[in-house]
Design a protein around this ligand. Structure first.
Ligand SMILES: [Zn+2]
Length: 183
């Protein structure tokens, strides 16, 4: 990341945030990326587009996490924020458990082109755990989520949120197609 890009990414933040390499490798099924792209634009109100949110669910095997499914929670949302309470998160976790899936991260959308946690985002994520991902999609997620390296990818490390270096994200957060044709 060059300095100009850094300045752009952090222009909405007051608090500093470290940039580190993403820890672990993440494979996100194509169908679950498509599902997130369908769900985010459904967060709307009479006043138009709202910030949306989905939880990333999957299987963790060693240092590799397979993201198979996204779940849209019951959430409070507006043009400038999206929040869900502990009951909504408990419902997501229960739904995942029933299907044998763990909660591995969350994705929320911002209205503008900022893909870095706002100062508030650092504190609004309920019960973050070590290695949890927090992804931010720009433009309310309405321009698609691909390439995944265009998302703001944060990870909870040593009790704080860090921004993952985009090059490490490009190498370690990858789409996994469900059908491959070698003909
Ligand atoms: Zn945010």
């Amino acid at each position: 990341v060059n300095n100009l890009e850094l300045k752009r990414l952090f222009r909405w933040r007051k608090a500093a945030m470290d940039i580190v390499e993403i820890d672990g490798s993440f494979l996100w099924l194509s169908g679950a990326i498509d599902a997130a792209e369908r769900l985010l634009p459904t967060f709307r109100g009479p006043d138009g587009d709202h910030e949306g949110m989905v939880f990333l669910m999957g299987k963790v095997t060693g240092s590799t996490t397979l993201i198979t499914t996204v779940i849209a929670p019951a959430a409070e949302h507006s043009w400038g924020r999206v929040m869900c309470d502990e009951n909504a998160i408990a419902a997501v976790v229960a739904e995942g458990r029933e299907r044998g899936l763990a909660l591995v991260g969350q994705l929320h959308a911002h209205g503008g082109d900022s893909t870095v946690h706002s100062d508030g985002d650092d504190h609004l994520i309920t019960m973050p755990f070590e290695g949890m991902l927090s992804l931010i999609a720009p433009h309310y997620g309405r321009v698609g989520l691909r390439p995944l390296s265009g998302l703001g990818v944060h990870q909870h490390c040593d009790g704080r949120w860090v921004l993952c270096d985009p090059a490490s994200v490009a190498a370690n957060l990858r789409e996994l197609p469900e059908g491959i044709d070698l003909r």
